[in-house]
Design a protein around this ligand. Sequence first.
Ligand SMILES: NC(=O)c1ccc[n+]([C@@H]2O[C@H](COP(=O)([O-])OP(=O)(O)OC[C@H]3O[C@@H](n4cnc5c(N)ncnc54)[C@H](OP(=O)(O)O)[C@@H]3O)[C@@H](O)[C@H]2O)c1
Length: 248
Amino acid sequence: MTLAAPPERPSEPAGLAVVLGGTGGIGAALAQGLGDRGHAVLLLGRRTQPALDYADEASVARCALQLAERLAHTGESLGHLIVATGFLHGETTSGQRAEPERSWQHLNADSLRHSFLVNAIGPALVMRHFLPLLPKQGPCVAAFLSARVGSIGDNALGGWYGYRASKAALNQLVHTAAVELARRNKEALCVALHPGTVDTALSQPFAKTGLQVRPPAQAAAELLAVLDALPPGSSGRFFDHKGLPVPW
Ligand SMILES: NC(=O)c1ccc[n+]([C@@H]2O[C@H](COP(=O)([O-])OP(=O)(O)OC[C@H]3O[C@@H](n4cnc5c(N)ncnc54)[C@H](OP(=O)(O)O)[C@@H]3O)[C@@H](O)[C@H]2O)c1
């Protein structure tokens, strides 16, 4: 019996895959998908050891330091850095409850602070501490999960001020980091990704009938396929789970 050759993925970086927010719905599925492809995978999150919590800036530096020590010790290279953290609703660091705002009347500083902490400031700290660990040559990927609602050009409905604004800030951070990363490694890819609507704790209260809600495993497979297929020149851009560019 002859077996068909596996599809070629010339652009897929080799080496260790690190998934931040790997304890979340999409993050866990991405970690599983990368593991199924034969990558060694390191999960980092608030409940991992070491823990990574954006509310504790030092924890981000500590996790990066331990990763740097592992890379130096094992000789592995960091092929994928996936940032799958995010916040839409729930408890803020000050213990208050935050919900997406339906109107400007619902805007409050505590919710806004927390949305910016988790969706923009945390990933920015990840850029500072983790991007220098990507190899200086050869293909490697830094992918940050954003959301289409963070697109200013695509915003026809309004509402969700804090989530939209913090994801728009993340998109700018991703684009800016991609410019700097390209100076170190022309083959490095740094992108923002919209995963579509996915059945996780984050989307669960808002999943309306009629909206195409997909299981995390499907979303993860689609996102990894998008990363495989992105052509040169894609770094610094924003793509959805079908590989289509999303307007800023
Ligand atoms: N689900 C969707 O339909 C959808 C749609 C568009 C975009 N997205 C984006 O996709 C990404 C993943 O979302 P998801 O649906 O998988 O959500 P999720 O299941 O709620 O996962 C969110 C992740 O963020 C982590 N996180 C939250 N606060 C943190 C903090 N202070 N420090 C460090 N990590 C923190 C969580 O850690 P713990 O496990 O410790 O709580 C969890 O791993 C997010 O960026 C989200 O905005 C999702």
